[in-house]
Write a protein that binds this ligand. Sequence first.
Ligand code: ADP
Ligand code: ADP
Length: 233
Amino acid sequence: QPMIECAALTRTYDLGAERVHALRDVTFTVNRGEFVAIMGPSGSGKSTLLNLLGALDRPTSGDLVVDGQSVARMSGDDLARLRNREIGFVFQQFNLLPRMSALENVMLPLTYSPLRGLDRPAIARARLEEIGLGARIHHRPNQLSGGQQQRVAIARALANSPNIILADEPTGALDTHMTAEIMALFSRLHQKGLTVVVITHEPEVAAYAERLLTFRDGELVKDVCQAPIAVNG
Ligand code: ADP
Ligand code: ADP
């Protein structure tokens, strides 16, 4: 069974008399454990697609099935549950809470978690250690470099052991060196079996994925497999 199935996925916005087709009849499947990059010019529908894949939004028409569950027909509560259990989000600007330590930021998603009864600080600490930030768990975001902040954000995305990582321009605020570090990290998560979907403007970033989807004017115009940049586990 695939991890993500989109069938004639369509999302329109009504702006007064005008109807914007943010996504139009998009059909594709992402298998379990695939590493997919999504490219396309500004306004081509990438964020709209990520919002749908992340169960933050529902399609206007068409079908979207995430890990066997049909998002199109789900109630708000069920969408929230799917989001918390299945999906880890990573953003361009990290979106960490500035007054909280790295550890506290990573603990946040565990509040609404099936792992609830467990030792949340211990789980958060383990996530930070896994991504090499074990020595900085009590630092606040402004005491960390951009690359380190993004690693905290990735640890937070992994807190609830999701099956899917959705990242929207995760390297957009990082320099070349940190970009390579963060993409190597996504590569290792992929090697461990996670399904990874990354939106990017940068071909050097898309090169880490094994498949590249290109969007234009809300339509999927290209779907190619590629040999990804090799990263040692
Ligand atoms: P991208 O992420 O590729 O830049 P978006 O998904 O943000 O593209 O936008 C696709 C199209 O849908 C654009 O024309 C955008 O203006 C429009 N759009 C996106 N979100 C909304 C919204 N909430 N309301 C109205 N129009 C929107
Ligand atoms: P990106 O930098 O990823 O391309 P955008 O600037 O296109 O993001 O969109 C940022 C957010 O604003 C998205 O959640 C999108 O849905 C929303 N948005 C985009 N275009 C419009 C619009 N014309 N009207 C209202 N919201 C929009």
